[in-house]
Design a protein around this ligand. Sequence first.
Ligand SMILES: [Zn+2]
Length: 258
Amino acid sequence: MAERKVIQGDFLKFLGTAGARFVMIKQLRRSGGIWLRAQGANIIIDPGPGSLVRCLASRPKLEPSELNAIILTHRHIDHCNDVNVMIEAMTEGGFKKRGIVFCPADAVKGDPVIFKYARGYVEKTVMLKERCDYRVGDFTFRTSMRHIHPAETYGLKFDLNGRSVGLMTDTKAFKGLKTFYKVHTLIMSVVFPERRPAIDHLSLEEAQELIKELKPRQAVLTHFGMRMLAADPAAQARRLTQALGIEVIAATDGLTIT
Ligand SMILES: [Zn+2]
């Protein structure tokens, strides 16, 4: 019998690196979000389309019934499509009331992306606010200031194996953004190569400026749109590494950071 491989210690794994519509709907990159294991908690962040499938297909398998929490940074479908099915998986079909869902208030108001019945399956649903601390067992995380993006959106900061990680999810670049993201490892949603001021997303040009100012030990680019894929994210990451003298990585589907 094959031995079940396990990832030792705390880690985060990219179950997808797709950004924006076309890369997602064509599944040129997968869109399952990020699985995080830290301080004894299993958490999925932004379970986009295919998240459940990506968990079960992961080697070693990531078991959704072992989840302790689900975090949505915002309600866009590439970040939340699988949230209801992940709640079903976390609660074993609703038979075990457990787990916490963290989301901005607009994920459950008006036209909710998290169904009311599914919210009844979990221990609690916590509305995220800007610059607040939250807890899942021994694991804690902090939200950023509200990002500039068409939905209520917050970035995250937490520790992984004693090092700080920032998740700069979808946002327009704005003055003050960098105040929150002084971290060891900075994960950035970089949707397109050149600046597009009319669109509330980060370009590679802006990401480069932010990395230069913030000086993380490591920057990880993800959430790629069509034009980023065409520009070859790995080659762009190498170019930034050379230009800035800071390790810049382009995330790939399945990339694990320990
Ligand atoms: Zn978005």
